[in-house]
Design a protein around this ligand. Structure first.
Ligand code: PSU
Ligand code: MN
Length: 302
């Protein structure tokens, strides 16, 4: 059982035992989603944002054959600085655990570990989804299948337009995943509060979101509730500008024949290094924004 491989930080264990609100956080975003040292600063700020709302943060990663639930500041520094951290989605778990390889967990792997630790909600920046051109490449993130399986609610800023947003929304419907946008009708697209797609659901109050999550699980329906949280309006980046970076990132990935699990980190890194500080700034504030909302929902879930 995965439970036998958990190594839970004392503070998080105490929160689990005493039914305190907890927010799970992923580590791929730290090791593969953002440049050093902003990644570590962000990870610390995100944990702080969760605490501010009265919840306990539990960042998840793999080390020494264990699934760490809750990272110390030293651990966070390690996962932010070290170059050879494996990106761990569901299918990578057996290999990295068997071989005691350090691993940063994606949305999918983080959700699975969080669920086993008894955590009900998870905050990230952007989830994986159906990639542009998936009709040919079949590149669909394991995040989506995991979301149909595991009872952990997910807060993200929508999906980044490195993905096909329309197809991702279709796939979420196929997988039986409720998609709620917080406070507006339109589904957001990470750097922008707009995407051109209507959100399947809109809810304006945290308590009502928690009610839908609890009702889904009460009904015995497996899987996540996806909560899309538009980034703060003063942090939005011009979608046309982002689109030019994405187009050239996709062209470069194609030229270098980047495939499989390398695709997403490659695109993220390309955009981060080629766009100015504006996109990184937006990225940081939207993650903090998501962690804050997730913590509020965690409190309401209890
Ligand atoms: N999208 C982002 N930022 C991220 C990721 C995706 O905007 O950091 C990371 C998350 O960890 C996500 C993973 O779970 O990439 C998805 O990778 P893939 O597409 O290979 O499944
Ligand atoms: Mn993929």
């Amino acid at each position: 059982m995965l439970n036998n491989y958990l190594q839970i930080l004392p503070e998080v264990k105490d929160a689990i035992n005493n039914n305190k609100p907890i927010v799970a956080l992923e580590s791929t975003i730290i090791s593969h989603g953002m440049p050093w040292p902003k990644n570590i600063e962000t990870a610390l700020a995100v944990e702080e944002a969760v605490r501010k709302e009265g919840a306990i943060p539990a960042t998840i990663a793999i080390m020494n054959g264990k699934c760490l639930v809750g990272l110390s500041t030293d651990d966070l520094n390690y996962f932010g600085k070290e170059k050879n951290i494996c990106k761990v989605s569901i299918r990578d778990l057996p290999y990295v655990i068997a071989n005691k390889i350090p691993g940063a967990t994606t949305v999918a792997a983080t959700m699975r570990i969080a669920a086993n630790a008894g955590i009900k909600i998870f905050a990230t920046g952007g989830i994986g989804g159906v990639h542009r051109g998936a009709q040919d490449s079949m590149d669909i993130s394991a995040d989506l299948t995991e979301m149909s399986n595991t009872n952990v609610a997910v807060v993200s800023a929508g999906v980044k337009s490195i993905l096909d947003i329309g197809l991702t929304l279709e796939y979420l419907e196929t997988m039986g995943i409720p998609v709620i946008t917080f406070g507006q009708d339109e589904f957001p697209s990470f750097y922008s509060s707009k995407s051109g797609f209507n959100s399947p659901l809109r809810i304006d109050h945290v308590y009502e979101i928690a009610k839908v999550c609890n009702t889904k699980w009460d009904l015995g329906l497996k899987g996540t509730v996806l909560i899309a949280n538009p980034l703060p309006s003063n942090k939005e980046v011009d979608p046309e500008l982002i689109e030019t970076y994405i187009k050239s990132a996709l062209a470069e990935a194609d030229k270098l024949s980047i495939t499989g699990k390398e695709v997403t980190p490659f695109l993220l890194k390309y955009i981060a290094t080629h766009s100015n500080g504006e996109s990184l700034d937006a990225n940081i504030s939207l993650i903090i924004n998501n962690a804050t909302l997730a913590a509020k929902i965690a409190v309401a879930l209890n």
